[in-house]
Write a protein that binds this ligand. Structure first.
Ligand code: GTP
Length: 185
């Protein structure tokens, strides 16, 4: 059985519907504070190895569908090692679009025998007082590339560094074989 080799850098891509907080999550991670007004798209950020828990240089890439073509987003999917699909826990439609649009779009842009790990990220938990994780199991079952799900808040700085750390871990310590045995035989 062949495994994708573990890369020496980790490239994390954030996808998801407009307004779910992708740029805010990146800026909250970097500045450790929440800014109300963020640019439509964060510049690509490189976090040096010595400040990451796994000691691996990490690039974080934002997208903005209003500014980028689908071809450009597809190219970023091809370049990424792990994809965080962000939704807003207070907007059900942003969660629905994960299964109806984003996960199929990611699959289309990965080779048939190699699926990149996906983290589902429910942002803005400061706005609600219940968990939406129960709504995600069906999606995770249908799409085994979903490595884990995490709820966070860019505003209250809850689980922000954990989200990026989990993305790193999904690449460096995959919990399931990236190739299925059936596909290789
Ligand atoms: P696009 O650039 O359109 O793709 O949006 P985006 O996903 O990058 O979202 P952005 O970071 O621009 O945030 C959208 C709005 O949500 C902004 O008004 C943010 O201040 C707000 N926001 C982001 N994260 C949070 C959060 O955790 N809690 C709350 N309450 N608001 C948030």
């Amino acid at each position: 059985m062949v495994y994708e080799s573990i890369p020496r850098t980790v490239r994390i891509l954030l996808l998801g519907e407009p307004g779910v907080g992708k740029t805010s999550l990146i800026l909250s991670l970097v500045t450790e504070e929440f800014t109300e007004h963020v640019p439509p798209k964060a510049e690509e950020i490189t976090i040096p190895a010595d400040v990451t828990p796994e000691q691996v240089p990490t690039n974080i890439v934002d997208i903005c569908t209003a500014e980028q073509s689908l071809e450009q987003v597809a190219e970023e999917i091809e370049r990424a090692h792990v994809i965080c699909i962000v939704f807003s826990v207070d907007r059900q439609e942003t969660l629905s679009k994960i299964a109806s649009y984003w996960l199929p779009f990611v699959r289309e842009n990965c080779s048939d025998d190699y699926r990149k790990p996906v983290i589902l990220v429910g942002n803005k938990i400061d706005l609600i007082d219940y968990s939406v994780i129960d709504n995600i199991w069906d999606i995770a079952e249908e799409y085994p590339e979903v490595d884990r799900c995490i709820e966070c808040s860019a505003k209250s700085l809850i689980n922000v560094s954990e989200m990026f750390y989990n993305a790193q871990k999904a690449v460096l310590h995959p919990i399931s074989p990236i190739y299925s045995i059936e596909e290789q035989e």
